[in-house]
Design a protein. Structure first.
Length: 247
C-alpha cells in the first residue's frame, strides 16, 4: 500500500470499528476451532502494522510471530506487538513445513502482489497436520471500488469461491460465512451508488455516532456467529479451513 495508507492503518486499526470487529471475529473463530493438542505456534501472515498481531500476543503466551512484505509495516508491527516480524511474501513463506498450529490471513489473498493459489499452498505447507487457517476477505467482485484501488485489492470473494480455492489447495472448509451484514446496504450506497471522488480508502476516523453504530452492529452479529450462524450476505466474509490430520 501507499505510505499514507500505512500511516492511517497504524493510527486507526486499534480504534476504528471495522478493524475492532475483524480482529474480534478472527480471534473468536480461532478459539472455537483451534487444535486441542500439540504446541501452539501462530503466524499472522500479512500482519500490516501489527494491530491483530498485538492482540494475538496479548491473548497468548505461546509463539506468535508476524510476516509482511513491506519493511515499514514490519517495523511498526514489531513496535506495536513486541513480537518478531519477518519481512517476506506469503507467496514464499520462509518457514519449515508444519511450523504452525494456526495461521491468520486478514485481507491478504485479495492483494495485487499476492498469488492466491500459491499463498494457500504455502499456508497448507506451513501448517501442522490438524492446524487451521483463519481468513477474512472482502466480499463480491461487483463491490470493487476506489477503496480497493487505494489499498491495492484486486479481488473480492464469495463464500463459494473462497471455499473452492481452499479445497483446491488441500484444505477442509470447517466454516464460512459473510459478515458486516447490518451495514452492508450503507456500503453499497457509499461505494457504488454515491461514490466519492476521493482516491483514499475508507480507513478513516468516523463521527462518534457512526463509530458507535458500527461497533454495536458488528457486536450483535458476533453474538450469532459465536453459536455458528451463517449470514447470507455481507461486506466481508470469514472462513476457517483445516489441514487434514493425515495431510
Amino acid at each position: 500500500m501507499d505510505p499514507a495508507e500505512y500511516d492511517k492503518l497504524d493510527r486507526l486499526e486499534d480504534r476504528m470499528w471495522w478493524f475492532v470487529a475483524t480482529h474480534a471475529n478472527l480471534m473468536m473463530l480461532a478459539r472455537r476451532f483451534e487444535p486441542s493438542t500439540g504446541p501452539r505456534r501462530v503466524l499472522d501472515a500479512g500482519c500490516g502494522t501489527g494491530g491483530l498481531l498485538a492482540k494475538l500476543a496479548a491473548a497468548d503466551t505461546s509463539m506468535v510471530i508476524g510476516l509482511d512484505a513491506d519493511e515499514t509495516a514490519c517495523l511498526r508491527a514489531r513496535t506495536k506487538s513486541m513480537r518478531p516480524v519477518c519481512r517476506a511474501s506469503v507467496n514464499a513463506l520462509p518457514f519449515r513445513d508444519a511450523a504452525f498450529s494456526a495461521i491468520f490471513s486478514a485481507d491478504v489473498l485479495c492483494h495485487r502482489d499476492v498469488d492466491e493459489v500459491q499463498a494457500l499452498r504455502q499456508f497448507r505447507r506451513c501448517l501442522m497436520p490438524g492446524g487451521i487457517l483463519i481468513m477474512n476477505l472482502p466480499a463480491y467482485r461487483w463491490m470493487l471500488s476506489r477503496h480497493d484501488a487505494a489499498v491495492y485489492n484486486v479481488r473480492r470473494y464469495t463464500c463459494r469461491s473462497a471455499a473452492q480455492l481452499s479445497r483446491d489447495a488441500g484444505f477442509r472448509v470447517l466454516y464460512a460465512t459473510y459478515w458486516n451484514i447490518v451495514l452492508f446496504p450503507l456500503m453499497v450506497v457509499a461505494r457504488k451508488l454515491l461514490p466519492s471522488r476521493n482516491a483514499a480508502s475508507d480507513v478513516r476516523s468516523y463521527a462518534a455516532p457512526m463509530e458507535a453504530l458500527g461497533r454495536a452492529a458488528t457486536a450483535l452479529e458476533r453474538f450469532f456467529l459465536q453459536v455458528g450462524w451463517r449470514f447470507p450476505f455481507g461486506g466481508s466474509l470469514i472462513a476457517v479451513a483445516g489441514k487434514p490430520a493425515q495431510g
